[in-house]
Structures are given as C-alpha cells and as structure tokens.
Design a protein around this ligand. Structure first.
Ligand code: NAI
Ligand code: MG
Length: 352
C-alpha cells in the first residue's frame, strides 16, 4: 500500500474549519482507494505571528521539504497586515519549493447556479494557469521621501525568459490533455517592457505546439469575454497579477469563492506541491462554522491527483457533485442553513 506523508497548515479563520473537512474526505478516500495518509499539522498562522513574531519558524521550508504534499487553509487576520501573512508564509513557500504553476480549475458544479444567467455547466469550465514565482509580485522597489509632498513609490516587476517560458509551456502541455485551446492574457499596450516580452515568448512556445489553438487578448478585454462568452475560453495563461485577478473572476462566475480550489505546483516533483482553496480566511464569517468546505475538498482532490491517485480524485469530485446536485445540504453561501461540518460529512459519506 502506498503511504503518503502530508503536511497540513490550517492557518487562520475559516482556513481551519474547511481544512478539517477536507482531511475528513481525503482520509475516507484513502481507506477506500488503497493508499494511506499520515498527517502532520503545523500551527503556522497569524495567531502564531501575534505570539512569536513570525508566521512560521526560520527553518519552516526545511521542515516541509520532506513531505509528499501540503494542504494549506488560508492565512490572514485583522490586526496583522496582509503583506505580513502573505510574505511571511505563502510566498516564501511557493518560491522555495519552485511552485511556479498556480493552477486554478473552475467549473460550474451541478445543482448550483452561475451569476451569469442561463449558463449551463458544460459552458463554464476553464483553467487559469497563473505564473506563481515572479512577475508583478516582486519585492523590488521602495518608498522614498516618506511623508513629504514629493513622496513616491517604485514597484518593479520581474519577468525572466526561464520563468515565462516554463509557465507558457505548462499551459500548452495541459491544453493537449483538454480542449487544445490556450488564451494568453497580455497588456502590451500599457506595459511596454514586460508584456511585449511575454507575448514574444508566447509566440515562440505556440510555434512548438502547432496542434494547439492559441490566441492572446488584452487582460481587460479578456475579463469582459470571461463574463460575456466564457464558453470560448478553456485554458488561460497569465502572469502572477493578471492570473490572480482573473481566477477570482472565474470563481465568481462559476460557484463563487466557496467552491474554487487551487494548486501551487512544482512540476519537476523535486519539492512538495501545495494545495489550497482560492478564498482567504474570511474574517466576516470566521468562527461561525458556516464556511463552504467544497473549495478545500476540491483542493484535496487536486492533491491526491498530483500524487497519482487519479481514481480517488475523480471519486471525490463525483461525491461533491452528487451532494450539491441533491441539494439537501447547503451552506449559507449556497442559500442554505447547514454548517461546514455537515457539508463535509455529507461529501465523505457520498464517497460510499
Ligand atoms: P476572502 O476570500 O477571505 O473572503 C471574501 C468573501 O467571500 C467574504 O465575504 C467571505 O465570507 C466569502 N467567502 C470566502 N470563502 C468562503 C467560503 N468558503 N464559504 C463561504 N463564503 C466564503 O477574501 P478577503 O476578505 O479579501 O480576505 C480575508 C483575509 O484572507 C485577508 O487577510 C487576506 O489577506 C486573506 N487571504 C488569504 C489567502 C490565502 O491564504 N491564500 C487568499 C486570499 C485572501
Ligand atoms: Mg486572489
């Protein structure tokens, strides 16, 4: 029997509630599909920051490096600035483990309705492939003349040939397993250095994949298309910032943030990959036990899929579909009154 060693970092707010449910479902799936999981939990969070002055220990990266995968809840809590939680945990892990792909599949799940009127499930299924290690999310820059009338800030972006090529190539390879369509998000009319470079590399990689249909759109027009004609999109490849924004939009037009999973993937397998819901710690509903656990359960499905347990991953997704389609158990974001725990248990039971 294959045994996996997994790290769990529930984090803050609803991250904790939804991670409990995702583990419940994953544990049930493991006993059913012939593998075993040994969990190690880490209390790295804003709460730890408040206590000890750091989101994670100095050797945090080292402690995680031997695991087969990481399930992360969400970090962020009022009182701790968001850049502290992000740059104190999430971004260092993504970078140290070369998780340069941020994969965000979204689809309209059965039994749920899109905010876009009249859209059927098969018209709303796409994957955002977001660059996850460089781009606009760079620490280069600074604040100058603080407090003076001539105060200014500089915020630099970093786009490397290696970084841009590998993310675009990943998108094209993924396209071969799906619809064979890739759309690149650009903005080469406004960002006159980074985006023409991105476009040039996109064209070079596209030439290596003559069997895949490729196109590029300015990110603003692409956002409009996502709302008006989402069926014309399948794989969208985007820089760090554009991908971040487009994936929340994609989540919003499908089931909402409560149902959108994501993976921070190290394609070489040299380091562990990390899976998490797209949503944050939702302080507005934290501690109430009413968060929708589906996003995190689908993140757990992506985790086991990444480990090669494809049948278990498909079974988890099918269990989610069945429970939502039945519509008996619904959290408040799905216009129901059920708890996080009840929806998680319903999915675990639907596995059989
Ligand atoms: P958020 O995703 O936490 O919440 C946005 C809205 O969606 C809220 O009204 C929330 O109640 C709702 N929502 C989110 N997930 C839900 C779920 N599973 N079920 C039902 N409703 C849900 O984003 P927000 O408010 O911008 O950020 C809150 C904190 O989370 C901040 O500190 C932010 O930095 C952090 N954050 C952390 C992320 C991570 O750890 N990867 C990602 C995004 C935000
Ligand atoms: Mg985001």
């Amino acid at each position: 029997m294959t045994a996996y060693r997994l790290a769990s970092i529930p984090g803050d707010g609803i991250g904790v509630d939804v991670t409990v449910e995702a583990r419940k479902v994953l544990d049930r799936a493991s006993s059913q599909f012939g593998f075993s999981v040994e969990w190690t939990e880490f209390d790295w969070s804003c709460e730890r920051y408040a206590r000890l002055g750091a989101m994670m220990p100095d050797d945090g990266v080292g402690q995680l490096s031997a695991f087969d995968g990481i399930l992360l809840g969400a970090v962020g809590f009022p009182g701790v600035p968001d850049h502290v939680s992000l740059w104190g945990l999430l971004i260092p892990l993504r970078r140290a483990f070369q998780q340069y792909v941020n994969l965000r599949p979204v689809r309209l799940l059965p039994g749920t309705t899109s905010v876009l009127a009249g859209r059927k499930a098969e018209e709303l299924e796409l994957v955002i492939v977001r660059e996850n290690s460089e781009g606009e999310y760079s620490a280069i820059g600074g604040r100058h003349n603080a407090g003076r009338p001539d105060e200014f800030v500089l915020q630099e972006s970093v786009f490397t040939r290696v970084g841009v090529t590998r993310i675009i190539r990943y998108a094209f390879e993924l396209a071969r397993t799906r619809s064979s369509r890739v759309c690149s998000a650009t903005k080469s009319n406004g960002l006159i250095h980074s985006m023409p470079f991105w476009d040039e590399i996109f064209a070079e990689v596209a030439a290596e994949f003559p069997d895949v249909h490729s196109e590029q759109m300015h990110v603003d027009a692409l956002a409009a298309r996502m709302v008006q004609a989402p069926d014309r999109l399948d794989i969208v490849v985007a820089s760090n910032l554009f991908g971040d924004i487009l994936s929340d939009l994609a989540a919003a037009i499908t089931g909402g943030l409560g149902m959108a999973p994501s993976g921070n993937i190290n394609p070489s397998g040299e380091f562990p990959s990390m899976f998490e819901a797209v949503h944050g710690s939702a302080p507005d509903i934290a501690g109430q036990g009413i968060a929708n656990p589906v996003a995190q359960i689908l993140a757990a499905a992506m985790l086991v899929e990444h480990l090669g347990e494809t049948v278990a991953a498909q079974a988890i997704r099918a269990a989610v579909d069945r429970v939502l389609d039945e519509g008996r158990v619904r959290t408040p974001d799905l216009r129901g009154t059920d708890t996080t725990e009840r929806l998680g248990t319903a999915v675990a039971e639907a596995l059989g």
